[in-house]
Design a protein around this ligand. Structure first.
Ligand SMILES: NC(=O)c1ccc[n+]([C@@H]2O[C@H](COP(=O)([O-])OP(=O)(O)OC[C@H]3O[C@@H](n4cnc5c(N)ncnc54)[C@H](O)[C@@H]3O)[C@@H](O)[C@H]2O)c1
Length: 425
């Protein structure tokens, strides 16, 4: 990278699930990095050499980087001005007003405003509503008079790697760079040349749209099988058989399997598009389908078992997707709240999340219904069927929208699952 007067190469503001892996990997490639976060617990964990959340392979990188001393930590956003490249990896939730909540970005911008100098590059790595990168550039021009793209550089370089896959994809997934003005794209791209992934330059709004619409596509892709699952229940059809009929040897794409579709990104990113949609409500309908899956599963269980009041119900999985410890915006929590409102005795097990949950044995013991709320690898193991058979009665209802064992039943009885899945000897 070009020589400069800055004491560090890069500052990463917000050491969350996106920022920390980025800061660590840049530091591991020999760059001098400042990591900034205002959460003392998070900084404390990193200082102690402990990953504050699970990210495949990141603990080893943290250990290496701690020994090398290439990552310094701070709790003041303004400290980021010591680096030539300032990367914002702050949270961007959505308000219930169907509008991006930019308070963290605005607050960081205000902290940086007085300390930015010519030569700085400000890169938005967070997912943002279309137009946000131009807003940030305009904000700096308005309040500091910088010529953006000539004196100070502003770009959007969206994070497109899924949690848990950072190290697997950072050197391969094309890196989209949307720079404002003449040179922002080129200058922002220099930082990401530390990785070997191809760099694709475009305009800021196209970078913003590409990121948001990749998530909209996934969110919608999962809503369709979820809606089909509900339709199949209404018509007395088997959703997995219908999916097989759709997909088998069909040469023009296929449909995914149903499941609980949520998580912090998918649940909010469509709202950034709904802010000013040409088809208002279309994506809200997608959201309503995914959000109604917990209630659909609960009502299906009640249709088969009668009231759940005072009956033991096991919920397996709290995380929002398979094999992660991330519970943010997980529909498992919604399912549990709904079950509690039925006065069920709920017992939860998740081998991945950081908070305490019951053991698998304790959750299953004498359960009358078992909900698979996440499709963790542990739950896809056919040996779980044996445990189910031992711990629950054969009349126990197993609710498995993922088809974890290939039994092909969203609502199946413990007694028949092993046979249906082909696991019975
Ligand atoms: N998590 C993912 O898998 C993922 C994937 C792609 C994109 N994104 C996007 O990346 C962005 C960050 O997501 P995340 O999951 O890493 O969020 P996160 O909540 O895990 O991380 C944000 C971090 O910023 C810190 N922070 C908040 N305000 C601060 C301030 N004023 N000063 C310093 N630190 C501050 C928080 O303490 C936290 O550690 C979001 O826009 C998200 O939509 C996330």
């Amino acid at each position: 990278m070009e020589q400069s007067n800055f004491s560090a190469d890069a500052a990463v503001v917000g050491l969350g699930r996106v920022g920390l892996p980025l800061a660590l990997t840049l530091a591991d490639r020999g760059l001098k990095v400042i990591g900034i976060d205002n959460d003392p617990a998070r900084l404390g964990a990193i200082r102690d050499g402990r990953m504050p959340f699970s990210e495949s392979g990141a603990q080893e990188v943290l250990t290496r980087v701690s020994a090398a001393g290439t990552l310094s930590l701070d709790d003041h956003v303004a400290t980021a001005a010591g680096a030539r490249h300032i990367v914002l990896t702050l949270g961007t939730p959505s308000f219930s007003h169907i509008e991006i909540d930019m308070r963290d970005i605005r607050s960081a911008l205000d902290d940086l405003l007085g300390v930015l100098v010519k030569g700085h590059t400000l890169t938005l790595r967070s997912t943002v509503a279309p137009g946000t990168t131009e807003f940030v550039a305009g904000y700096l021009a308005k309040h500091r008079g910088f010529r953006i793209g000539e004196e100070v550089f502003v770009a959007h370089v969206p994070e497109r790697i899924a949690a848990g896959r950072f190290l697997a994809e950072i050197d391969t997934l094309p890196c989209i760079v949307g720079g404002v003005g003449e040179r922002s794209g080129d200058v922002a791209a220099e930082l990401f040349e530390a990785f070997s992934a191809p760099i694709v330059k475009t305009t800021p709004v196209q970078a913003e749209l590409a990121k948001i619409w990749a998530n909209i596509l996934r969110y919608t892709n999962f809503a369709l099988p979820n809606l089909l699952m509900m339709d199949c229940e209404r018509y007395g059809a088997n959703v997995f058989e219908v999916i097989d009929l759709i997909n088998r040897d069909y040469p023009r794409g296929g449909i995914a399997k149903p499941g609980l579709t949520a998580g912090t990104c998918l649940r909010k990113d469509f709202a950034f598009s709904e802010e000013r949609s040409n088809a208002p409500g279309m994506l809200l309908a997608v959201s309503r389908v995914n959000e109604s899956v917990p209630l659909f599963l609960l009502e299906g269980a009640k249709r088969r078992l009668g009231t759940l009041a005072g009956r033991k119900v096991a919920v397996l999985g709290l995380a929002f997707k398979a094999d992660t410890d991330d519970e943010r915006d997980s529909l498992a929590h919604k399912l549990i709240r709904l079950l509690e409102r039925e006065l069920a005795d709920v017992c939860v097990h998740d081998p991945h999340v950081s908070g305490p949950t019951a053991t698998l044995q304790a959750a299953l013991q004498d359960a009358e219904a078992v909900f698979l709320a996440a499709n963790h690898s542990e739950f896809r193991d056919p040996r779980l069927l044996e445990k189910l058979a031992q711990a629950c009665s054969k009349h126990c209802l197993v609710i498995d929208p993922w088809d974890c064992w290939g039994a092909g039943q969203v609502f199946g009885y413990a007694s028949e699952l092993a046979t249906l899945s082909g696991a019975a000897s």
